[in-house]
Design a protein around this ligand. Structure first.
Ligand code: ZN
Length: 445
């Protein structure tokens, strides 16, 4: 298959005009620039073609919370009570429907790979399903149905807080011990699916103790799997961690052997200079989730200093307050402008790299995230004729994508050489109808 792209971003300072991508199977095999007109044997793709976007942090079931957590002016408790009510009702069937619809919404938004930070493992009250990985299998099915790649970040969640027992809802999240977590994860069937990879996650310093973290880090190292953790999302977490361990969450994770090129710190909102130095020096990634961090009043992460210290940036839609990686990506720069009173922390191309190759590395898909020979044929085409972006000029296409476009400007999406979205529609699913029915079913239990 040959595609002629009106414009395409190949990783440089600006987008190129007239790019021919030659695709065999699921790979790009050749890239040619400067083709003024579409060759006779090429499909024409109008607009701006980018590598497929990578959503490095998702909790799929939170999609059912959208718009329902702002009562009483949207207090922290109006969010958490709803989240726990929902977490208590989901079944494998209702979760399959909800995750399929959520991942299909991601496909429509130009997302070709998602990292699912998955902790809803067991039945109500913590009773294991007959198939202990029933909920993991549901997520693999969902990604396959939606046509996108998945890294299943199987999350260890053992405690309700530092020195605190699990509550009733949280029992669904826990395997009881880190050894039983490892046993269950070992049995996850991800080997056969070309679109699914496996990774591990430490929920947070609240839910996993340091000696347990070390076991999880060892598991990930032995399998060369990626490892993620929620880190310093709120000041209260830091205070509890300092009181219990005399160290910050980043330091505790570092001592447990978690940090390194396969590690991603999610949020890293309230980190110290020493934390940033450790994340950078270890070559870790930092995943910023601006729309969720705004929604939950977490604060503004220090992406600029983290990147300057050597950490790789990526983005996630996390609670799916919205699913729009363009909004997440510009949020890194725009929120930092508000926090510092200065512009100019990140270049547009650096932010676009966070949303593509940065996320791909964090999720263990190093052959994705760029339009280059040998890379996976995962791409997204943005329209340049919508009312929102019309009038942009060829010199500013990357900045237009990052600072102006929205998920609604996505026209076409290809994953592994197959079209998943054409002309703004999912090729197999009626996504709005699926979302409506899946969310209603999720709340009905
Ligand atoms: Zn999260």
């Amino acid at each position: 298959v040959k595609l002629w792209c009106e414009h395409a971003w190949l990783g440089g300072d600006r987008a190129e005009a007239g790019v021919v991508l030659e695709i065999e199977g699921d790979r790009i095999v050749a890239v040619e620039t400067g083709a003024d007109a579409a060759p006779a044997d090429a499909d024409r793709v109008d607009g701006l073609v980018l590598p497929g976007l990578v959503n490095a942090h998702s909790h799929a079931f939170h999609r059912a919370l959208r718009g329902r957590t702002h009562g009483e002016r949207g207090s922290f408790w109006s969010w958490r009570e709803q989240m726990y009510r929902l977490a208590a009702t989901l079944t494998p069937d209702s979760y399959r429907a909800l995750a399929t619809a959520t991942y299909a919404e991601m496909a429509l938004a130009g997302i070709t790979t998602v990292g699912e930070f998955h902790y809803l493992h067991h039945g109500p009250g913590g009773a294991p399903y007959d198939e202990p990985n029933a909920m993991s299998d549901v997520l693999s099915d969902a990604a396959e149905g939606a046509g996108i790649r998945l890294t299943l970040l199987d999350t260890c969640y053992l405690h309700g807080g530092i020195g605190t027992e699990l509550d009733d809802v949280q029992r669904r999240f826990s395997d009881g011990s880190v050894e039983r977590w490892a046993e269950r994860v070992e049995a996850v069937d991800a080997g056969g699916a070309a679109m699914v990879r496996r990774g591990a996650a430490i929920h947070s310093v609240r839910a996993v103790e340091p000696d347990e973290m070390a076991v999880i880090a060892g598991w990930a190292t032995a399998r060369d799997a990626c490892l993620h953790a929620h880190v310093s999302e709120q000041p209260a977490e830091n205070e509890a961690c300092l009181a219990a361990y005399g160290a910050t969450p980043v330091t505790v994770l570092d001592r447990a052997g978690a940090l390194g090129p396969r590690f991603t710190a999610v949020h890293a909102t309230h980190v110290t200079d020493d934390d940033i130095r450790r994340l950078g020096a270890s070559g870790s990634s930092v995943c910023i989730c601006p729309t969720t961090e705004r929604d939950l009043a977490d604060g503004i992460g220090l992406a600029g200093p983290s990147a300057a210290a050597g950490a790789r940036l990526c983005v996630g839609s996390d609670s799916h307050a919205v699913i729009d990686l363009f909004e997440e990506t510009r949020g890194i720069e725009l929120d930092e402008r508000l926090a510092t009173g200065e512009r100019g922390h990140h270049l547009g191309v650096e932010l676009l790299a966070a949303a593509t190759c940065g996320g791909a590395v964090a999720l263990g898909w190093t052959e994705a995230g760029s339009l280059a020979p040998g890379g996976l044929a995962d791409l997204v085409a943005l329209r340049l004729d919508s009312v929102r972006v019309a009038g942009t000029d060829a010199d500013n296409l990357v900045d237009t994508a990052v600072f102006v476009a929205t998920a609604a400007d996505v026209r076409d999406v290809m994953v592994g050489g197959r079209w998943v979205v054409r002309d703004g529609r999912h090729v197999t699913l009626d996504v709005p109808a699926l979302l409506a029915s899946a969310i209603a079913e999720a709340w009905d239990g």
